[in-house]
Ligand binder design. Structure first.
Ligand SMILES: Nc1ncnc2c1ncn2[C@@H]1O[C@H](COP(=O)(O)OP(=O)(O)O)[C@@H](O)[C@H]1O
Ligand SMILES: [Mg+2]
Length: 472
């Protein structure tokens, strides 16, 4: 179905095919031309199938062979295969109907040697140019690391090695007809192609293959055609997928670990501290019988224990508020924001159109983590006097912004430093949002404050990283 790839043509010495029925002329031409060229003689009709660079015939031969000559010329396209007619002046009229279709040039009898050589040379030069142009083109196409093919009338009229391989592999492994249709389609399945090209996803027996394609309208052999460049990006897509899964697993593990430590802190250490406090308070109740300094020490210890208890609680909640699992995003955010506002004595406002109904656990976790990190950053780095958190649902999208009126920062420089491993906050935010199928943007410049934008699709099926679902 793919027409064979023309071979590289050597053009060291031109080969001429003589197809003259007039014996005397034939002998004369052979004598003159074989001084300079390789000449195939005598010209049997079947030799028209040979490889040669110029055919020379006379009236009677043309009369007999016109159809074959025309076919031979056509078969040679896009290379130019010239034919020269030797004819008498009286027969010129008969010749005109053949001109250009089968015959490219004529020479009149009696033949002048110089004139013959000049005509032959000019025709061979045209031939050589067409061969060289084609060779350059094939060299380029075949050394290309991507597949290149030309389509015309829903047929592949040219394909380089890589395209052939791809075609062969994909078709060999595919539900041939459907895949072939797609691969051969004159236009991409989704309509016209864009600057960047388009992606084809093909189901084959050995799995899904992804091809990155781009099409361009060209003229080939005088008619409109499509030049398609194709790259097999299956491996890249699979690596990307694996990387995503890996990131997802790291985030899962981190959430689980945090939840675990939060629980331990709250349930074990928190319980022990409570027991110590209760014990100390019981002793304090017998205070009258204690020396005053001991009573004071006791009171100080109770205070310290109370402080430790509060810190353990807040540490545990910050690590992973159990509220997030039990009550959901909005109550947790209200509590978190309230707590941060009190500790920092800064107004932190929350605006939302969400109800208290639950979102997917992934979205809730991602949202909470993003807002938590953004508020922490604003408090730690921005010297802001106001922080505003907003959380809006618009159709199937959840839109989160966290804005502060602080010092702002150079996002490019910070991102650069982050990729060098200096910090994890901004990177982690982006990573979480992208993993959840969303998009993430930071707007900030020195002295202009900072706004973090994140948006998530609410309706797509997401991998979850709640503990319940990923517990191993
Ligand atoms: N809201 C903000 N206002 C000013 N600077 C910020 C803000 N958020 C982040 N930055 C800057 O970006 C850097 C990277 O932030 P981040 O990745 O969260 O790391 P970390 O908070 O651990 O330093 C911070 O060190 C800070 O210089
Ligand atoms: Mg940070």
């Amino acid at each position: 179905m793919i027409s064979p790839l023309p071979d590289w043509r050597e053009f060291d010495m031109a080969r001429l095919l003589l197809l003259l029925e007039h014996k005397e002329n034939a002998r004369l031409l052979y004598e003159w031309l074989s001084e300079k060229y390789e000449v195939i003689f005598p010209g049997e009709p079947q030799r028209l199938g040979d490889s040669f660079d110029l055919g020379i015939l006379d009236g009677p031969a043309l009369d007999r062979l016109a159809g074959m000559v025309a076919a031979r010329k056509k078969g040679e396209e896009p290379l130019f295969l010239p034919f020269l007619l030797v004819t008498s002046r009286q027969n010129v009229g008969f010749v005109t109907r053949h001109l250009w279709r089968t015959i490219d040039e004529i020479i009149l009898t009696p033949i002048e040697k110089v004139e013959l050589l000049a005509r032959v040379e000019i025709l061979l030069r045209a031939r050589r140019h067409s061969v060289e142009a084609e060779n350059r083109y094939f060299a380029l196409a075949n050394s290309s690391p991507v597949g290149v093919a030309i389509f015309q009338d829903e047929q592949i009229v040219f394909a380089n090695e890589i395209f052939r391989q791809l075609h062969h592999e994909v078709l060999g492994a595919g539900k041939a007809e459907k895949v072939s249709k797609l691969l051969l389609a004159a236009y991409p399945p989704g309509g016209k192609t864009s600057e960047m090209g388009y992606r084809m996803e093909l189901e084959t027996k050995t799995g899904t293959r992804w091809l990155q394609c781009s099409d361009r309208e060209i003229t080939y052999r005088g008619r409109p055609a499509t030049l398609r460049v194709v790259m097999d990006i299956t491996q890249d897509i699979l690596y990307e997928h694996e990387l995503k899964q890996l990131s997802q697993r790291i985030l899962d593990a981190q959430e689980q670990e945090r939840r675990h430590i939060a629980l331990e802190l709250h349930d074990q250490i928190g319980q022990m501290l409570t027991a110590i406090k209760i014990g100390l308070q019981a002793v304090a109740r017998t205070a009258e019988s204690l020396p005053q300094t001991t009573a004071q020490q006791l009171e100080a210890s109770i205070q310290t224990t109370e402080k430790a208890l509060q810190q353990v609680r807040s540490l545990s909640l910050n690590l992973r508020p159990s509220m997030l699992d039990d009550l959901g995003l909005l109550p947790t955010l209200r509590w978190y924001i309230d707590q941060q506002a009190r500790q920092s004595s800064l107004p932190i406002r929350l605006q939302t159109n969400l109800s208290d109904s639950r979102l997917s656990s992934t979205i809730e976790t991602v949202c909470f983590r993003v807002i938590q990190e953004a508020i922490t950053n604003a408090l730690r780095h921005a010297q802001a006097t106001q922080i505003m958190v907003s959380l809006y649902q618009e159709k199937d999208w959840l839109i989160v912004t966290i804005a502060d009126n602080g010092t702002g920062f150079d996002v490019k420089a910070a991102s650069q430093q982050a990729t060098e491993g200096h910090s994890m906050g901004l990177v982690g935010m982006r990573e979480r949002v992208v993993m959840a199928g969303g998009s993430f943007q930071i707007e900030s410049s020195p002295q202009q404050g900072t706004t973090i934008h994140a948006r998530f699709p609410l309706d797509i099926a997401l991998p979850t990283y709640s503990m319940k679902e990923t517990k191993s």
